[in-house]
Design a binder for this molecule. Structure first.
Ligand SMILES: Nc1ncnc2c1ncn2[C@@H]1O[C@H](COP(=O)(O)OP(=O)(O)O)[C@@H](O)[C@H]1O
Ligand SMILES: [Mg+2]
Length: 426
């Protein structure tokens, strides 16, 4: 049985790797044959809007799915009803527009940020009056990893952000001074079975996910997040895995956004949960029974963009998850984004350690130094088996505070290479 996947990025690759033990085959569609997934499965090469290739993908597959949400909705819709696509296209359409997403949250009684649609300079002035300052101006469509966003603290900054981002439909949201961020991932199968993972606590920097700690033990938040997730799953009679990101503000959840697909904050489930999100996504869309979602220990995922981890990452994360030792485990794949999982030894009971940003920041520091390269060939020898690459001379770490107010003015000092901890904004 073949599963057709639109998009051959790292998430698609992980799906295929999770599906081979189930006896499944995979066929991808992507713009290039030089993708993470192309190393593990055949790929049809062409535009995501190429109707001929989409038809071929559909003809050769039992079901179509996707590994990112910015694929062409119209082109997939044009395949007609006889092609089975999961997750449902209605969920895909909702997630492609931040306003539809917010409206859905409101309709389902899921608390979210205050917002206003902005499509003109006059609408922006109205939005500033209605929502207030500070706020975040974002493109409604095609944003990811914090791209197409600007934090706005004054009318002048709003005007500057408008001239940078205006021209496409925007959304203006209140800026939430959150305590921290969490996400929840769950699957609903074709037969209506639902399985929900424990909460992930996420640390973003510059809009990019840098670190996930899971399971994040916060029973009240877990119950609330699972309730919200279930509402979205049932609303769409969903098939597959869905993720919701939340801000935790004054002990309450505020939904930020949702992704109708497997999610980066769920990488830890490969080794850290009884069944990975990738396997459960496939089970869900094929109507197989869902696997258990319980955590097998405490795990952390560090997003190391374009570079291997430094040895010190292990001890910083070990401290963070409250164990004395930790082993860096990982996949050195063909990806610009490397990830590693840390699990405490089996005989050690994990407890929640010091997860303050000060403690986790050094662990993530290596994640910002590397070159961000979206796709890297698997044949790159440095990527085989965690052989540390030769480190380039370091001229200091950049500022780690994503919303640093002194950054733009140049007063935010980079860290000295010898300092144990990043120094900024002092
Ligand atoms: N309204 C907001 N208030 C505070 N921080 C925000 C807000 N919106 C986004 N952010 C920060 O930027 C990150 C990326 O924004 P998000 O809306 O999730 O867009 P993306 O689609 O790029 O992930 C968030 O995880 C959060 O850290
Ligand atoms: Mg996000």
């Amino acid at each position: 049985m073949t599963v057709g996947i639109i998009g051959g990025g790292q998430l698609g690759r992980m799906m295929a790797l999770a599906g081979y033990p189930l006896g499944l085959d995979f066929l991808f569609l992507d713009r290039s044959n030089d993708t993470p997934a192309a190393a593990v499965a055949p790929t049809l090469v062409g535009e995501f809007t190429d109707r001929r290739l989409l038809r071929e993908l559909a003809r050769r597959s039992e079901v179509l799915t996707f590994d990112w949400e910015n694929i062409s909705l119209e082109s997939v819709q044009a395949l007609g009803r006889r092609t089975r696509v999961a997750p449902p296209l209605a969920a895909l359409a909702m997630s492609q527009d931040r306003i539809s997403e917010k409206k859905l949250f409101e309709k389902l009684g899921i608390p979210t940020t205050r917002y206003a649609a902005v499509d003109s300079a006059a609408a922006l002035s109205r939005a500033l009056r209605r929502v207030g300052l500070p706020g975040v101006l974002k493109t409604r469509r095609l944003g990811y990893d914090g791209k197409g966003q600007a934090v706005v603290r004054s009318a002048e900054e709003a005007a500057a952000a408008w001239s940078r981002l205006g021209g496409v439909p925007l959304i203006y949201e209140e800026f939430v001074p959150f305590d921290y961020e969490v996400s929840i991932i769950g699957a609903r199968s074709r037969h209506g079975e639902v399985a929900i993972y424990p909460l992930n606590r996420n640390l973003h920097r510059d809009g990019i996910l840098r670190l996930t700690l899971a399971p994040w033990s916060a029973p009240t938040l877990q119950r609330a997040a699972a309730r919200h997730l279930r509402r979205v799953l049932e609303h769409f009679r969903y098939e597959g895995v869905l993720n919701i990101e939340f801000f935790v503000h004054r002990g309450r959840l505020l939904a930020n956004e949702t992704a109708p697909r497997v999610h980066n904050s769920g990488h830890w489930t490969i080794e850290g949960a009884a069944t990975s999100q990738f396997e459960n996504h496939l089970r869900a869309i094929l109507g197989l029974p869902l696997g258990a979602t319980r955590a097998r220990g405490h795990a952390a995922m560090i997003n190391l963009i374009g570079e291997m981890p430094r040895a010190s990452s292990g001890s910083a994360i070990a401290n963070c998850i409250g164990t004395t030792t930790a082993r860096l485990r990982g996949r050195s794949a063909s990806l610009g984004t490397s990830r590693c999982w840390v699990k405490p030894p089996a005989n050690e009971t994990p407890r929640r350690g010091d997860c303050s940003p000060r403690s986790i920041r050094p662990a993530c520091a290596s994640g910002v130094r590397g070159r961000a390269s979206p796709y890297r060939r698997p044949s790159d020898p440095r990527r085989a088996g965690w052989v540390a690459p030769r480190q380039p001379a370091r001229s200091g770490l950049p500022c780690h505070r994503s919303q640093c107010h002194r950054r733009a003015s140049g007063h935010c000092r980079p860290c000295s290479p010898s300092s144990a901890r990043p120094v900024h904004c002092r």
